[in-house]
Design a protein around this ligand. Structure first.
Ligand SMILES: Nc1nc2c(ncn2[C@@H]2O[C@H](COP(=O)(O)OP(=O)(O)OP(=O)(O)O)[C@@H](O)[C@H]2O)c(=O)[nH]1
Ligand SMILES: [Mg+2]
Length: 201
């Protein structure tokens, strides 16, 4: 599939395990949020067309830190890879460690422009996502929802899951179905993100 946007020059900025290590707020930031292993890092790489930029892994819970990437698009912005939440197999203490860090970031970050929430298309929204969407709405944070790994379902089932997720989360527009394997939906998500940064576009 052809890409509708150029591959923006993108570079790693920094990682942080706690708010004191957050980089100074400079560019507007789009944060990628979702369950561990949902495909956050893979989608960041696909969006900017740069394999291996954000580290991906078959082992859930790979990204334990917040990672910032600077995208030299028009306009320039930061893509922020947040640690995955809700991975059941890590010890309970660790399981909850994402919460204060993610909450600190999402509630305090002055430069946060929007959130890209990822949900595995085969799982659909669960408790965390059902809680998270109204939490963001209350704070007036723009949100784009994408259902990941769409290559795992045939098209008819994809459509069913898109409708189901839209209803469950009470979204004003249908979530995108995306796949980093087939490139399904990548350009559409990119455009939706740019629209958050430049509302008139
Ligand atoms: N079939 C398929 N697999 C995918 C897709 N996107 C990611 N994966 C796989 O899913 C696994 C997890 O991907 P990551 O991008 O590391 O997921 P993550 O959300 O960053 O995971 P954590 O950092 O652990 O929270 C890897 O094995 C990827 O290759 C996709 O679109 N289709
Ligand atoms: Mg990751």
């Amino acid at each position: 599939m052809s890409r509708a946007h150029p591959r923006p020059r993108t570079s790693f900025v920094t990682s942080a395990a706690s708010p004191k290590d957050f980089p100074p707020p400079s560019l507007p930031e789009l944060a990628v949020v979702g369950r561990s292993n949902v495909g956050k890092s893979s989608l960041i790489n696909a969006l900017v067309g740069q394999d291996g930029l954000a580290r991906t892994s078959r082992t859930p819970g790979r990204t334990q830190l917040i990672n910032w990437f600077e995208v030299s698009a028009q306009p320039p912005f930061h893509l922020v890879d947040l640690p995955g939440f809700g991975y059941a197999k890590v010890p309970t203490g660790m399981k909850d460690s994402w919460k204060p860090l993610i909450e600190a970031y999402l509630s305090e970050r002055k430069t946060l422009a929007g959130v890209l929430l990822l949900i595995d298309i085969r799982r659909g929204p669960e408790e965390e996502e059902l809680d998270f969407v109204p939490w963001l709405a209350q704070r007036d944070v723009p949100i784009v929802v994408a259902l990941t790994k769409s290559d795992k379902l045939v098209k008819s089932k994809r459509m069913v899951e898109i409708t189901r997720a839209r209803q469950a989360l009470n979204l004003t527009r249908a979530p995108f179905a995306v796949s980093t394997l087939s490139s399904d939906g990548i350009d559409e998500v990119w455009r939706a993100l740019i629209k958050i940064l430049v509302p008139a576009k």
